[in-house]
Design a protein around this ligand. Structure first.
Ligand code: UT7
Length: 326
């Protein structure tokens, strides 16, 4: 069967580290509160002038080098981001230019924190139909630019970074077994950045308002996230005729350690089988899963034949899963 196999992973994190203790000095928060409520200890912040496409390009070059392929063999670039460099052209087009592969399809997708799995699902469809052989799927975010650094309820949560995978169509039993993509716009206002869209065209007044920044109804979102993700992981397991104990590794979106723990518990998975790095990077939105996957592989946590489950939840609301046999 023609399947999409992950033939490489790469990631990029900016050098600058912003710790909870640094934040204590800037606002009314504590390291203890942030660690207890979220699991985050520190996050990376992009350098002044460093853009989403810069970080995405670093992650793309990293995966191309590690997979040992020529960039010219890439047929499709999908970049998942809620923080593109600009409204258009897409950041994917900028990455394509920097990789020197003019002509191949390149586009951004907007599904917030679920964006990477959405991108994986889209690329997988192109590959299974034989339209594309090799696809580059990137998740890259520069959330530090859309945060209100006076708002302790949001700014302590997020970080910047990028991750990427290369998919290749091969006649194999391994690869992406399933993707499930979901959305419910009923809750669109639970997590959003309202700026610079057709609803809020740019004016001097707008720049002074909260429409410029990310706003979130955190505790409401938390409850929906836990319930939705518990259902999403069970859906992924059952759709593949597997049992929960068949999952060898869970690579969850890194929003909150309490959400991750609840999802692992629903699957009956011990935390040794769950990849957690939000203590070091915070919530990097669409970048969180490919960064975590890249680290898990580097640490030798994935073996051939393992079932690896990805899940994510974010603004939209959107949620998604992907089951991969390595
Ligand atoms: O990735 C996309 C999806 N994102 C999510 O799914 C995020 C889901 N939500 C969450 O992770 C959690 O709801 C948060 C981490 C955002 C908040 O944790 P919480 O346990 O739900 O706290 P809360 O919002 O109910 O706030 C509890 C208290 C409040 O004070 P009062 O009203 O009880 O006096 C907040 O003002 O904690 C206060 N608080 C803080 N205190 C110190 C909120 N932020 C901070 C802070 N430092 N940074």
């Amino acid at each position: 069967m023609l399947r999409s196999r992950i033939i490489g992973t790469g990631s990029y994190l900016p050098d600058r580290i912003l710790t909870n203790v640094d934040l204590e000095k800037q606002m009314d928060t504590t390291d203890e509160w942030i660690r207890a409520r979220t699991g985050i200890r520190e996050r990376r912040i992009a350098a002044e002038g460093e853009t989403t496409s810069d970080m995405a390009t670093h992650a793309a070059r990293c995966v191309v080098e590690k997979a040992g392929i020529r960039p010219s063999s890439i047929d499709l670039i999908i970049l998942a981001t809620a923080t593109p460099d600009m409204a258009f052209p897409s950041s994917a087009c900028i990455v394509q230019h920097r990789l020197g592969i003019s002509g191949v399809a390149a586009f951004d997708i907007s599904a917030a924190c679920s964006g990477f799995i959405y991108g994986l699902g889209i690329a997988d469809q192109f590959i299974r139909t034989g339209t594309v052989r090799t696809a580059l799927v990137i998740g890259a975010e520069r959330f530090s630019k859309i945060l209100d650094w006076q708002d302790r309820t949001t700014c302590v949560l997020f970080g910047d970074g990028a991750g990427a995978v290369l998919l290749r169509g091969e006649e194999v039993e391994s690869g992406i077994l399933s993707t499930h993509l979901h959305a419910d716009g009923t809750y669109a206002d639970m997590l959003m950045v309202a700026r610079k869209g057709s609803r809020n065209p740019i004016t001097d007044e707008l720049i002074q308002t909260e429409a410029e920044y990310l706003i979130m109804r955190g505790s409401e979102l938390f409850k929906v996230a836990v319930k939705t993700l518990e259902e999403a992981v069970v859906e992924a397991v059952e759709a593949n005729g597997l049992a929960c104990e068949d999952v060898d590794l869970l690579v969850p979106h890194q929003a909150n350690i309490r959400i991750i723990t609840a999802t692992a518990k629903r699957l009956g998975l011990p935390m040794e089988k769950v990849v957690v790095n939000l203590d070091r990077y915070g919530n990097t939105s669409a970048a969180s899963i490919p960064i975590a996957l890249d680290e898990a592989l580097a640490e030798g946590r994935i073996r051939q034949g393992d079932h690896v489950l990805f899940e994510a939840f974010g603004g939209g609301l959107t949620w998604a899963s992907a089951m991969v046999r390595w």
